[in-house]
Write a protein that binds this ligand. Structure first.
Ligand SMILES: *Cc1c(COP(=O)(O)O)cnc(C)c1O
Length: 381
């Protein structure tokens, strides 16, 4: 069976874990945590980085930092992972779901402003497949209406947005806050893991406190205060050094991982180009302002029937292709809380999007085989 995903090990993960264990400091915020945080901050121009145990945790930190409280409204796409919404629900927010774009599962920037009310507190763009939302449009709305922007950059490591000013900025460096994931299904992994990027200066000191269970422990260890104690709300958001050591081994190979993934992605798109012309199957589109970090390769079929048939046909050839999100506005948990607006593109991606096997160790010949199998399968339609 050709799996959908296979975690890639770069080779030094266990060596660095051993090193962390042997130093006798295996809780969090040690040598490897600092190596990872400094590297990512430097490389991508984030204001400040804090490793977390997941992207889910980083989003929960963001919700605490922007003081989400009961009655606040948060605007986000419906076509996303549950954690994007859960983080704000936990603090009492009402989620206002916006439809996806026609050409991409990311949020439709033109539909946001009509949803803004006096209760709106934040916009949460999700960079689906690592492809940027139009951040100029989103940041302008946020400025105009005095809102925070929390980027869900779970899939967006090493991807960029070029604004109207011509400057190319890393995704996760543009919003006030941004959350990344290092879950084993992402480009760079640590099993479970994540990071909060803090770009707005006003959040930097408090982020560290929330991260350390509501204490000023980090400032104490830097010698900035002479005792540490409980100064705010918080939780245990920081990962152990074991996880950071694993992550450091991955980050050392970031360029190599990305190069290989881009090569595979390009191979897919070259081999499948004919689908869009002949069979009405939509291929991923990358807007001019965005880069492609080769997080995933997906197709958007004509309808649910075509998608499900393709899944079965590929399965019969031992190829595991999978659908993705189920629109959150239609979920059993949120259906009766949603305001009833139809989100047609979100539902279309729910029904029609299909993700193909995509991972570092996928062989070129295997990609050829998958391309051939898809082309044969749709020909029979
Ligand atoms: C993976 C993912 C998450 C959750 O990441 P975890 O690290 O597993 O918590 C959140 N949002 C999006 C868009 C994701 O792809």
């Amino acid at each position: 069976m050709i799996p959908f995903n296979k975690p890639h090990l770069t080779g030094k993960e266990t060596q660095y874990i051993n090193d962390a264990v042997n130093t006798g400091k295996i809780s969090g915020n040690g040598k490897y945590t600092k190596l990872c945080q400094d590297y990512l901050k430097q490389r991508y121009g984030f204001g400040k980085c804090l490793l977390t145990t997941s992207c889910t945790d980083a989003l929960e930190m963001a919700a605490i930092l922007i003081n989400i409280k009961s009655g606040d409204e948060v605007i986000m796409p419906s076509y996303t992972f549950v954690s994007t919404a859960n983080a704000f629900i936990l603090r009492g927010a009402k989620i206002i779901f916006v439809d996806s774009r026609q050409d991409h599962p990311g949020m439709d920037e033109d539909k946001i402003e009509a949803l803004i009310t006096e209760n709106t507190k934040a916009i949460v763009p999700v960079h689906y497949a690592g492809v940027a939302c139009d951040m100029d449009a989103i940041m302008e709305l946020a400025d105009k209406h005095n809102l925070f922007v929390v980027e869900d950059a779970a899939q967006a490591i090493d991807s960029f947005y070029t604004g109207k000013d011509g400057v190319k900025r890393a995704l996760g460096s543009i919003g006030h806050l941004a959350a990344f994931s290092f879950h084993e299904t992402k480009n760079i992994i640590s099993g479970e893991g994540g990071m909060l990027a803090i770009n707005d200066y006003q959040f930097m000191a408090r982020a560290e406190i929330i991260w350390e269970k509501g204490t000023n422990r980090s400032a104490f260890f830097r010698g900035e205060v002479n005792k540490y104690g409980w100064v705010d709300m918080g939780s245990s958001f920081l990962p152990s050094e074991v996880i950071a050591a694993f992550l450091w081994s991955q980050l050392e190979h970031l360029d190599n991982i990305q190069e290989k993934r881009r090569k595979l992605w390009n191979k897919y798109i070259e081999g499948l180009n004919v689908l869009s012309v002949k069979h009405g199957i939509q291929l991923p589109s990358i807007p001019e302002y965005a880069t492609n970090n080769a997080h995933m390769f997906y197709l958007v079929c004509k309808d649910l029937e075509q998608r499900n048939k393709l899944i079965d046909q590929l399965k019969s050839k031992d190829i595991l292709a999978v659908f993705h999100y189920l629109s959150l506005h239609n979920s059993p948990f949120y259906r009766d809380k949603h305001d009833g607006r139809n989100l047609v593109n979100s539902d279309r991606f729910t029904d029609c999007l299909l993700r193909l096997p995509f991972f570092y160790e996928l062989e070129s010949e295997t990609v050829n085989l998958i391309i051939q199998s898809i082309n044969e399968a749709v020909k029979k339609d």
